[in-house]
Write a new protein. Structure first.
Length: 398
């Protein structure tokens, strides 16, 4: 599987996941949320059956941007964080960048408020653990009897009536005199109060340890939230970069769309011209069909003539074949005659050769006789012999 196909599958799963989240939000809330789509503002933003089969990379990317835009606007509608500016018209629908900016701003405010409240709670628990409180609290009050109260008031009145010097002198004596009596009376109540105080301090110590553990867990949660915030900031930055790339791709796609529309108009004009040419060609075709019908009639007539001529030619061909067969037979007989003639010629040539040799011998003898006759003076006999010899040659050549 290639990288492009894997990326296409992952993007399709992301689009379906975002669409399911939007449908869950719409189904879980009772009040109606009016959020318009980014790709098709005239249609509903809810899409229960999102199909991504057969879609290209750019179309799936547009669907993801549309689902993110709807999701951010739903969050803004739920939080109701539309900035109210006096004497300005609020936009009916935000762009994707403005919606993300408002959502991030409100998210940071909520996070800061939550961190502030958690910090205050943690400081209160720490101060509660460190603070030094009086032992005589509302719960563990020392119960003073009526006699002690009366004695204390009498002593106070006595001290007020005396001068400052006398107060300083008598102060220690009065304290020594009254302290023992008072302590004897309140010993039982002090013991009970100390027991109650110990139990309350033990409870508070347990509460403080529990709250310290809660503070530690809150600190860990705050650290985790800080990490999540940094991760979300990085994701938001990556989303911003993706949105910038998507806007650039969208700009390119719009340019390509314009070019395609121009090409479409050009092709429509060419189609119109082609339709005109087709109509003219249809007229020519009708004329040609009429001509072809005429030619078919002529062709039928000519075919009949050709068939009749073919029949005549086939008959004449059979006649010629019979004549050729006869001529072949005659040719064979002539060949046999020629072969016999050649044999006879060979035989005659052999005979002629023998006769020529015989005549050559006779000529030699005649020449000897002629010479003898020339010497004897018998010319007439010689001429007769020569004439006979010529006649013999002529007859031999024939």
């Amino acid at each position: 599987m290639s990288v492009k196909s894997t990326l296409l599958i992952a993007m399709g799963q992301d689009a379906i996941f975002l669409n399911n989240i939007i449908n869950d939000i719409f189904n879980s809330r009772e009040e109606d949320i009016s959020v318009k789509s980014w790709i098709r503002p005239w249609e509903s933003s809810r899409n229960n059956n999102l199909s991504i089969k057969g879609l290209s990379y750019e179309e799936i990317l547009e669907i993801i941007i549309d689902r993110m835009y709807i999701l951010v606007n739903i969050f803004l509608e739920i939080m109701r964080v539309t900035p109210k500016k006096p004497k300005t018209l609020q936009p009916s629908r935000y762009s994707l960048g403005t919606a993300v900016q408002l959502f991030y701003k409100h998210f940071c405010e909520i996070l800061a408020d939550k961190m502030k409240t958690e910090k205050i709670a943690c400081e209160k628990s720490i101060n509660l653990h460190i603070s030094d409180k009086n032992t005589q609290t509302e719960i563990t009050t020392l119960t003073v009897c009526d006699s002690c109260n009366c004695a204390v008031t009498c002593i106070k009145r006595l001290l007020r009536s005396l001068k400052n010097e006398e107060q300083a002198k008598l102060k220690c004596q009065i304290f020594d005199i009254t302290q023992f009596g008072c302590m004897l009376k309140v010993t039982s109540s002090i013991e009970e109060s100390l027991h109650n105080l110990f139990t309350n301090l033990l409870k508070k110590d347990n509460d403080i340890t529990r709250k310290m553990e809660i503070c530690e867990s809150l600190k860990k949660k705050l650290e985790e939230k800080d990490i999540k915030i940094t991760i979300m900031e990085e994701e938001i930055d990556s989303l911003k970069r993706m949105l910038q790339k998507g806007s650039q791709k969208l700009f390119k796609l719009n340019d390509e769309k314009k070019q395609l529309s121009d090409n479409l108009s050009f092709k429509i004009s060419t189609i119109d011209t082609l339709e005109q040419t087709i109509n003219s060609l249809k007229g020519d075709l009708n004329e040609s069909t009429n001509e072809t019908e005429k030619l078919k009639c002529i062709n039928g007539i000519m075919r009949k003539n050709v068939d009749s001529s073919i029949e005549l030619l086939s008959k004449s061909a059979t006649i010629f074949e019979e004549k050729i067969a006869k001529m072949n037979q005659e040719h064979e007989t002539i060949k046999l005659i020629l072969m016999q003639y050649e044999k006879s010629l060979l035989y005659l040539n052999v005979k002629l050769g023998k006769i020529a040799k015989h005549f050559a011998k006779i000529e030699i003898k005649l020449e000897g006789i002629i010479r003898d006759t020339n010497t004897n003076g018998k010319e007439e006999n010689v001429n007769n012999l020569k004439q006979k010899l010529i006649d013999i040659r002529v007859n031999g050549s024939k």
